[in-house]
Design a protein around this ligand. Structure first.
Ligand code: 1GP
Length: 240
C-alpha cells in the first residue's frame, strides 16, 4: 500500500500533495517528451491518468512513456471499468457517492473487480463527490447524476462522512474537469476538519493561488488537469 501510505504520511506531516491529471485522448504525441519534462520540473507528487472515453492501448502506451523518464507514482483515475492498465502503480477505485445512479455506485465496480484482481495495481477505495460548479461537466453528463448543491456544505460533509464510515480510504471533492467554479473553500474547510482520511480536491482550479487556497482550506492533495493541459508552463507562471 505504498501510494496510500505516502498520502497518509503526507497528511500527518502536513505536507501538501499535487497530482497532474493527464487525459490520454488529449495528449499531443509530438510534444510528449517536453510534457514529461515539465511534469518532472513541477511540484507534482503524482500523475493521475483518466478521461471520459479512453481506449486501452493508448492508456498503456502513455503510461509506459511516462515511466521511461518520470519517477512519480502513476495512478489511474478511471471514467469506466474498461480504463484499467497494469502499467500503472495504482487506481482510485471510485464510487460516486453524490449521485444515485447505481451503475457508478456499485455496478462498474462489480465489473472491474475480477479484472483488477488479475493486476498488481494498488487499489485505493475512494468516495467520489461531485459538487455543482456553474454548468454541466463531463462527469455529470456521463454519470447522469446530479451534483451536490455547492451551497450545501453540510450535505457534502454528511456524504463524505458516510463514505468514511463505509471504509473509503480517500474522499475526493470534485467540481468536474474544466469547471467554471472550483469546490467552495468553506466546503473544503468543513469536510477536511470533520473526516480523518485524506481529502482530494479538484476541478476548475486554474491558478497557483487557487491551489494554495485549497491547501489552506484543508485539501491534502489538489488535482490540476485543464490548466496544465492548456499551458505546460502553468507551474512556472510565478517565476516568469
Ligand atoms: C477533474 O479534478 C480534475 O477530474 C481536474 O479538473 O481539469 O478542471 O483541473 P481540471
Amino acid at each position: 500500500e505504498n501510494i496510500y501510505n505516502q498520502i497518509l504520511n503526507a497528511k500527518l506531516n502536513r505536507q501538501k500533495l499535487l497530482a497532474i491529471l493527464l487525459d490520454p485522448d488529449k495528449i499531443i504525441w509530438s510534444e510528449i517528451d517536453n510534457l514529461i519534462a515539465k511534469i518532472n520540473q513541477s511540484p507534482a507528487s503524482h500523475v493521475f491518468i483518466g478521461g471520459s472515453l479512453v481506449q486501452n492501448n493508448i492508456l498503456d502506451k502513455l503510461i509506459l512513456k511516462i515511466k521511461e523518464s518520470c519517477i512519480l507514482p502513476v495512478v489511474l483515475f478511471p471514467g469506466n471499468p474498461s480504463q484499467i492498465s497494469n502499467q500503472a502503480d495504482g487506481i482510485l477505485f471510485l464510487s460516486l457517492l453524490s449521485g444515485r445512479n447505481s451503475d457508478y455506485l456499485i455496478e462498474h465496480q462489480v465489473q472491474a473487480a475480477p479484472i483488477l484482481k488479475e493486476t498488481d495495481l494498488e487499489i485505493i477505495s475512494t468516495g467520489y463527490i461531485l459538487i455543482e460548479s456553474g454548468s454541466e461537466t463531463a462527469v455529470q453528463r456521463v454519470s447522469k447524476t446530479k451534483p451536490l448543491d455547492r451551497k450545501n456544505d453540510s450535505l457534502a460533509l454528511a456524504t463524505a462522512q458516510a463514505g468514511e464510515m463505509l471504509g473509503k480510504k480517500l474522499i475526493y471533492l470534485e467540481a468536474g474537469s474544466g469547471a467554471k467554479q472550483a469546490v467552495p473553500l468553506t466546503m473544503i474547510d468543513l469536510v477536511s476538519r470533520n473526516i480523518e482520511i485524506p481529502l482530494i480536491v479538484g476541478g476548475g482550479i486554474v491558478s497557483l493561488q487557487g491551489i494554495q487556497d485549497a491547501y489552506e482550506a484543508g485539501a491534502d492533495l489538489v488535482v490540476i488537469g485543464t490548466a496544465f493541459e492548456n499551458n505546460i508552463e502553468f507551474f512556472n507562471l510565478d517565476k516568469i
